[in-house]
Design a binder for this molecule. Structure first.
Ligand code: FAD
Ligand code: MG
Length: 351
């Protein structure tokens, strides 16, 4: 009899343990922090950044992410006189400047993007950006001023020394501008910190640079709304389902000014010195790889135009594009043909 009692005892104990576990799980499901996202916004990198994090302990993660983005702004902004980029500009034509590893990495990637795009993306664009000053006191520079500045815009005049971690600009007056790529790097860093902090699901919105972590709780993916070229935030052009991915958009409507009835936007052609007019209204890049490259590619393709831009995207494994032409046609790269749903009837999917 004794052994039987003991088996029953074990059985009863086990039953209690299972019931306790089930009730614990039920309690966890009922109150699961996974179902309650936390959202916080901050103005950094000249844009509104909104982070939506799901999961336990997410409250403490916001500060870590915003602190890191603020650090990126401090080092990689040309607007700040004390930034690393400003010290590189101040030493142009004179001496090499030693830079932190993250600044080196972003400049190196920007140069890679310049090479791949045949110079349509050019991180040496700084003097032209300053002359147009579209985010400050915008003006149309004289043709002679633009022509003389074009002599300073050449990524081949940026000299990197990996062993010494230095950057040297060959000509006085040169300046590196990372405005077209550093927001993507900041998104990668935000995602890295969130993941390292145990976040399994999140939506990180860095003003046009989106990063989704995992899938939306309760679904198998996130449905990323691609921005509308009419510039109305919140109204999407179409939807791409994605898991652990980034979507970055460059458009002519985000930052611009008007003079004598003509609109001048902030994406400049390093070839002409004027705002790029390539026949595209907007380029979005979607990828499960680096958001930094999505950012660089979206700007590069905007300048390159439809044909050369698509060629560049197709040459880069894992990156896909949605390009909108000025005649409201929407063009998709090969990997998106089955994965994009157009939601705005003002636009047509090109065959
Ligand atoms: P994108 O297409 O990704 O980039 C366009 C920007 O890249 C232009 O504004 C110009 O800066 C540069 N660019 C233009 N043409 C080219 C080209 N052919 N090749 C390469 N680069 C090009 N904005 C503020 O108003 N105030 C700030 O203090 C400020 N600080 C910033 C600090 C950092 C570190 C960063 C990354 C951005 C900051 N910004 C600030 C925003 C910045 O000025 C740009 O407007 C913004 O990054 C543009 O992003 P986008 O996604 O709209 O366009
Ligand atoms: Mg960009």
């Amino acid at each position: 009899m004794r052994p039987e009692r003991s088996i029953n005892g074990i059985f009863i104990l086990t039953l209690f343990a299972i019931l306790a576990m089930v009730s614990c799980q039920n309690k966890e499901n009922a109150e699961s922090p996974l179902l309650e996202p936390l959202t916080k916004s901050n103005y950094l990198l000249g844009t509104n950044i909104t982070l939506t994090l799901y999961g336990p302990g997410s409250e403490s993660v916001f500060d870590k992410i915003f602190d890191r983005i603020a650090q990126i702004e401090e080092t990689m902004s040309l607007q700040r006189p004390d930034s690393v980029l400003s010290s590189i500009r101040n030493a142009a034509g004179d001496k090499a400047v030693q830079v932190p590893a993250d600044v080196y990495k972003v400049i190196e990637s920007a140069i890679d993007m310049a090479k791949r795009s045949g110079g349509a993306f050019d991180p040496a664009i700084g003097p032209l950006v300053a002359a147009w000053d579209i985010t400050g006191n915008p003006r149309v520079p004289d043709l002679s001023e633009i022509e003389s500045l074009l002599g300073l815009i050449d990524w081949k005049d940026i000299v990197l020394d990996e062993a010494a971690s230095t950057v040297f600009l060959k000509k006085k007056g040169m300046a590196i501008d990372l405005g077209a790529i550093a927001k993507g790097y900041a998104a990668d860093e935000a995602a890295r910190i969130a993941r390292e902090s145990g976040i399994k699901s999140a939506l990180l919105d860095l003003g046009g640079n989106l990063f989704v972590i995992g899938a939306k709780p309760g679904r198998d993916n996130w449905r990323i709304g691609i921005q509308n070229p009419d510039g109305q935030r919140g109204l999407s052009l179409g939807i791409v389902p994605a898991v652990d991915a980034s979507a970055v958009t460059s458009g002519a409507y985000e930052r611009f000014f008007e003079q004598d009835g003509k609109r001048y936007h902030h994406i400049l052609s390093p070839f002409t010195g004027y705002p790029s007019e390539s026949g595209l209204l907007q380029v979005s890049i979607v990828s499960g790889k680096e958001s930094m490259y999505c950012d660089g590619l979206s700007t590069a393709c905007f300048v390159l135009g439809l044909e050369k831009g698509m060629e560049l995207v197709e040459s880069m494994d894992g990156y896909e594009a949605i390009m909108v032409s000025t005649d409201h046609q929407v063009y998709l790269s090969s990997g998106l043909k089955e994965n994009f749903t157009l939601t705005d009837t003002d636009y047509t999917l090109a065959k």
